[in-house]
Design a protein around this ligand. Structure first.
Ligand SMILES: *[C@@H]1O[C@H](CO)[C@@H](O)[C@H](O)[C@H]1NC(C)=O
Ligand SMILES: *[C@@H]1O[C@H](CO)[C@@H](O)[C@H](O)[C@H]1NC(C)=O
Ligand SMILES: *[C@@H]1O[C@H](CO)[C@@H](O)[C@H](O)[C@H]1NC(C)=O
Ligand SMILES: *[C@@H]1O[C@H](CO)[C@@H](O)[C@H](O)[C@H]1NC(C)=O
Ligand SMILES: *[C@@H]1O[C@H](CO)[C@@H](O)[C@H](O)[C@H]1NC(C)=O
Length: 607
């Protein structure tokens, strides 16, 4: 029923449903998806990749406001491979019981994800490199990852061991490569799969190349019978010999949030000590090692383009380049890692080239990993699935121009995260509560990041006036600093009016299901109003309504999606029954009254 009024989706599926003749089918485009691991968009890593610049950025479109929705490998990968928000995949962590490959399979995603769907559409599907966390030498066949014509996966415990990787091909047993460089092997395997695919010109292909760079090197040693059963030695990524000495002068960009004199962030982040000179020397070394390790990925880009060209299919192949999540190094005093809601962690590279994709274009409108699967469906001519939570990213000149010029383009990115492990790679033993819900707003004229943590700490950054996220406006909104703080815009309204809207957005999105609810939250919140953007929602006439909604809050911190720890949720009116009134807390009673008011108004407006 949600889709009945969702015209763009309906139209898209109607168009895609046109019967495809055999001839049309054989012309269906191919995709090569290069997916790196922990690559930042904010620390300039792409600038050090000449082939990415020449062959992808200059020949394609660069999406500068592309975001992962959960800044951690496994949940993020499952998000992009299913087209569903993490709260709908319930793969929210990297390890059991809340995440990892076994949880992915247990939740049924192995039967219901991009490669399986693509195969049923007649696509040849290939994958090499890292699939997801906790995919290992013991569980790789129970079950095998489904949906691949050919696969050659990196497996734990050596997924991140640059010089001693373990690969597992198709249904064969794992093979341990001693003293061979992981990314070079991934490159050779990828080129081999592309060769195989080109030999079958009647069916189009989708090839994923997922090297581990620039993830840190993890050397796992078994501790038989011990607790924990293994030890992990974490060191900076290892570069291939040819690149070992490049960029001797490169260093972590010293932005305002790099190891600041005044602590920033909330909760445990606000308590971090300033980094020592020794820490910073190490961080700069790590930064250079990341850039050096990425050179082998840059080689992959060149070889893939050459291979497609030699095979005569370059003109009919889209190349996507992205990373599962971003990375921070020393920002907000954090040791290297990911998993925070800060821009360094959530903003990730996305560059796309291919048939009809404008060359050298830069897009600043928000796009997310949740949109990738719908985007592939759109360009491959497959009707969009109803369980997708995202919408296709336009890839044509006209579509992109329309997106850039639209006054009502999607401006929000829903961010979610669940964890008790430390998002600082070198402090993993220390437990911290890092579960939070965030919302990032990206617009030409305004930008915000707002988050509610499981400890009920709040943070709000004005991303136009304070892109480094140094001033938590939520903390100052009731004191005098706020009065004189020059936010780039609060739409001429007091800050609490703004936070009430941002809070409502998180409320509407944290349990959203389906493209309409997840991409048009103002329509959920104000169904009878002509409101599409935060600016429109700031109208004073809605102040009472937003002030009266229950606030996003947590009952406790959990490291996975445990619904009863996560406070009030949005209820679709149609699910509303009188029985729901019983057993409700006071804060939810306010909510009930609001819902009733809306329901009444709704009923009156109905013909
Ligand atoms: C900084 O260096 C000290 C001493 O070498 C080390 O114990 C600490 O973990 C480092 N901190 C960070 C944030 O890297
Ligand atoms: C500001 O004050 C109001 C009323 O006292 C309170 O409800 C609200 O939580 C406060 N906001 C912040 C950011 O402390
Ligand atoms: C805000 O702007 C006003 C007027 O331009 C200026 O006087 C004031 O110092 C600014 N406040 C801050 C905190 O920058
Ligand atoms: C994390 O939160 C839980 C429950 O909300 C609490 O019991 C625990 O002490 C917190 N842990 C830390 C390290 O702050
Ligand atoms: C998510 O998975 C966990 C672990 O299996 C389970 O306890 C939890 O109830 C699930 N959450 C939801 C909302 O289904």
């Amino acid at each position: 029923m949600l889709y009945i009024t969702f015209l763009p989706l309906l139209l898209a599926s109607a168009l895609c449903n046109l019967p495809a003749t055999i001839a049309e089918k054989s012309k269906r485009p191919n995709v090569v998806f290069i997916l790196t691991d922990d690559q930042d968009a904010k620390l300039n890593s792409l600038d050090y990749m000449p082939n990415v610049q020449e062959l992808l950025v200059n020949q394609g479109t660069h999406f500068k406001s592309h975001y992962c929705t959960v800044a951690w490998c496994c949940p993020s990968r499952v998000n992009l491979w299913t087209g569903k928000a993490a709260h709908n995949t319930n793969v929210t962590n990297v390890e059991k019981p809340y995440g990892g490959y076994p949880k992915f399979a247990q939740e049924g995603h192995n039967d219901n994800w991009v490669p399986v769907w693509l195969q049923s559409e007649g696509y040849q599907t290939y994958y090499t490199g890292k699939l997801m966390n906790a995919h290992n030498v013991v569980n790789y066949f129970q079950p095998f990852a489904k949906g691949f014509t050919g696969s050659d996966f990196l497996l734990d415990p050596n997924t991140y061991n640059y010089m001693n990787p373990i690969f597992q091909r198709n249904k064969l047993p794992p093979l341990w490569h001693t003293n061979e460089y992981s990314t070079d092997l991934v490159r050779k395997k990828a080129l081999g799969f592309i060769d195989d695919a080109i030999k079958k010109p009647d069916s189009p292909f989708f090839v994923t190349v997922a090297p581990i760079a620039p993830h840190s090197d993890y050397t796992v040693s078994l501790n038989i019978g011990g607790d924990p059963p293994y030890g992990v030695n974490i060191t900076p990524p290892v570069a291939a010999d040819d690149y070992k000495n490049l960029f001797p002068d490169a260093a972590v960009p010293r932005g305002p949030n790099f190891n600041p004199d005044v602590p920033s962030g909330v909760d445990w982040i606000a308590e971090l000590p300033q980094l020592t000179a020794e820490n910073i020397t190490y961080n700069d070394h790590l930064y250079r090692q990341r850039l050096r390790a990425l050179q082998s990925v840059d080689e992959i880009v060149k070889d893939v383009v050459d291979k497609l060209e030699q095979g005569g299919v370059l003109d009919n192949t889209y190349i996507f380049y992205s990373s599962d999540n971003g990375y921070h190094i020393g920002q907000h005093r954090l040791a290297p890692g990911k998993g925070c809601g800060f821009e360094e962690d959530i903003n990730v590279p996305l560059v796309v080239r291919g048939p009809g994709v404008p060359a050298g274009k830069v897009i600043t409108r928000s796009t997310t990993h949740t949109d990738l699967a719908p985007t592939w469906w759109q360009i491959l001519g497959i009707p969009l699935r109803q369980d997708f939570d995202g919408i296709p990213i336009p890839l044509t000149e006209s579509g992109l121009t329309e997106l850039e010029e639209s006054k009502r383009a999607k401006e929000h990115i829903q961010i979610e995260f669940w964890s008790k492990s430390n998002p600082q790679e070198y402090n993993q033993e220390t437990e911290v509560n890092s579960t939070y819900k965030g919302i990032r707003i990206v617009d030409e004229n305004y930008g915000f990041y707002y988050a509610v943590w499981c400890t009920n700490s709040h943070e709000l950054y004005d991303m136009k006036a304070d892109p480094s996220q140094m001033t938590n406006l939520y903390a100052v909104s009731n004191n005098t600093a706020a009065a004189s703080y020059n936010a780039s815009t609060t739409f001429g309204r007091p800050l609490p009016a703004l936070t009430a809207r941002l809070d409502a957005l998180i409320l509407a999105l944290k349990t959203c299901k389906g493209a309409k609810a997840c991409t048009e939250p103002w329509n959920t919140l104000l169904p009878d109003e002509d409101v599409y953007t935060l600016a429109e929602a700031m109208d004073m006439k809605y102040d009472d309504y937003f002030a009266g909604l229950p606030k996003v809050e947590f009952d406790r911190c959990e490291e996975g999606y445990i619904a009863d720890a996560e406070g009030p949720v949005w209820k679709e009116e149609l699910e509303w029954t009188e029985g729901d009134f019983v057993q409700r807390s006071l804060s939810e009673a306010v909510w009930d009254v609001n819902m009733l008011a809306r329901k009444g108004r709704h009923a009156l407006n109905r013909p």
